[in-house]
Design a protein around this ligand. Sequence first.
Ligand SMILES: Nc1ncnc2c1ncn2[C@@H]1O[C@H](COP(=O)(O)OP(=O)(O)OP(=O)(O)O)[C@@H](O)[C@H]1O
Length: 280
Amino acid sequence: MPPWIAGQARNDKVSGFLKIEGLAKTFVPGKPVFDNVSFTLDQGEFVCIIGHSGCGKTTILNVLAGLDQASAGHVFMDGREVVGPGLERGVVFQSHALMPWLTVRKNIAFAVESRWPEWTRDAVKTHVEKFVAMVGLSGAIDKKPAQLSGGMKQRVGIARAFAIQPKMLLLDEPFGALDALTRGTIQDELMSIVRETHQTVFMITHDVDEAILLADRILLMSNGRETPSGYAPGGIAETVTNTLPRSRNRAGLHHLPGYYELRNHIVDFLVSRAKAGEDH
Ligand SMILES: Nc1ncnc2c1ncn2[C@@H]1O[C@H](COP(=O)(O)OP(=O)(O)OP(=O)(O)O)[C@@H](O)[C@H]1O
């Protein structure tokens, strides 16, 4: 067995900063989208989840965010059960959820003031400007969302989530709308920020290279499907531990020993196993 395969996620020991225990979600009775999803994240760990459309990635992320309820199972963060949204969890959605009547500055300041109500106006201003600069939007800081492109709005959403420095970042394809150059810059920023702050990150991506660059572990998720013996729900089929050096960067990724093996393993899963379900 290759060194990066850590075994079935459902056998992981249930300890750590974020614990997901026996999660299931059912919309159509008798045909849960996924069931028995259990995994843990340690503090400071970066975990990506990869799987085909419809397997339930966003549903899991929404449950972790406290925005949706599972049909079964529990989520614990720092020992407390997650029952609703909270400022200790920052979420970046595929669709940037900005307040259209507020400027970029005020959208982010609103979140920062909620997080640190005791801060002076100057402290908030400096903090907001730092994170707007990080996503390259200083020139648009006093514009409203309607005046920005889709990618720019997405960057505001990213800046807002990063600015409140939540213990846990939940990212649903946060870079999907960005051009390759901006995407690369923000990936680098994200990596250096979370390593510095020891934030824990759970991220959905469809981009195998992005997962290999950013993640310490990659969860491979299979789709629910009909089989000769009946319906089989989706779930976490496998947990892949990224054994490439943590100091990796985008430019050097392809040259690292083990990179192609790791990449091929994930692509093979997506191509031949994610829907066929030998592992689930
Ligand atoms: N409110 C709902 N009512 C009925 N079915 C739903 C509802 N929300 C999601 N689903 C179904 O649940 C499944 C999982 O959806 P989810 O959005 O979590 O998938 P995903 O893996 O994130 O997909 P994508 O990669 O396309 O974003 C899909 O088949 C979807 O059609």
